[in-house]
Design a protein around this ligand. Structure first.
Ligand SMILES: C[S@@+](CC[C@H](N)C(=O)[O-])C[C@H]1O[C@@H](n2cnc3c(N)ncnc32)[C@H](O)[C@@H]1O
Length: 217
């Protein structure tokens, strides 16, 4: 009973924050499917990673806010539709409503046949930037959850090492928790420069943060 009451309280607090969240309002006004768009936007505006003409892979893309941001960023006039100067390949376990010009693959990034589909979409090209907002469903058992998170990040790093240009960048969501230091070490062994980034749009109470790895070692 106690747990039920406290989880109801948490839900109420979440709903209250969500309704009053300026990024939720901004996303609705600007036509983004989720407030998450502003996390990638801030990272990009600070580090200047995304440029027209690039090939960008968006891992864990649903509902599609990051792909929408990428699409606008690579349009000649920032438009959500029409001309697109570049290539965006998005992938998620869940379906994603289509975004004009974005190639979408539905599947589990941990599975070999899904990786193969991604390789087919790449058609021998290397990505300029890989972004990963993938987050596994959490069980609440912290050691198991940490292992799941770490595994997805390891796969994203491995994918970047195999399919990204040497001077490319990987942006990946990570969580402060038991695996954080290991994940940072992993990034450091793969990239010449590693920057942690907590965008303003990432809620303070959330343990999520982002690591940006630049330049493959
Ligand atoms: C926070 S959401 C991403 C939000 C997205 N960046 C946006 O802007 O709309 C995390 C996504 O990761 C996906 N995901 C989790 N594990 C995955 C896996 N193994 N393979 C592919 N997608 C995965 C989930 O289905 C979920 O849609």
């Amino acid at each position: 009973m106690k747990t039920k009451t406290s989880s109801k309280k948490v839900n109420k607090a979440w709903l209250h924050d969500h309704i009053n969240d300026p990024y939720v309002k901004l996303a609705a006004r600007e036509g983004y499917r989720a407030r998450a768009a502003y996390k990638l936007k801030e990272i990009d505006e600070t580090l200047h990673l995304i440029k027209p003409g690039q090939l960008v892979v968006d891992l864990g893309s649903t509902p599609g806010a990051w792909s929408q941001y990428l699409r606008r960023r690579m349009s000649p006039d920032g438009a959500a539709v029409g001309a697109l100067n570049g290539t965006i390949i998005a992938l998620d376990l869940l379906p994603m409503e289509s975004i004009e010009g974005v190639t979408f693959i539905q599947g589990d990034f941990r599975e070999a046949d899904v990786l193969q589909q991604l390789e087919v979409a790449l058609a021998g090209r290397q990505a300029d930037v890989v972004v990963s907002d993938m987050a596994p469903n959490l069980s609440g058992i912290s050691s198991a959850d940490a292992a799941r998170v770490e595994y997805l990040i390891e796969l994203a790093i491995e994918f970047s090492q195999n399919h990204m240009k040497p001077q490319g960048a990987l942006v990946a969501k990570v969580f402060h928790g038991p695996s954080y230091n290991d994940v940072v070490q992993h990034f450091k062994s793969a990239f010449s420069s590693v920057k942690p980034f907590k965008p303003k749009a990432s809620r303070d109470r959330s343990s999520e943060t982002f690591l940006v790895g630049m330049g493959l070692k």
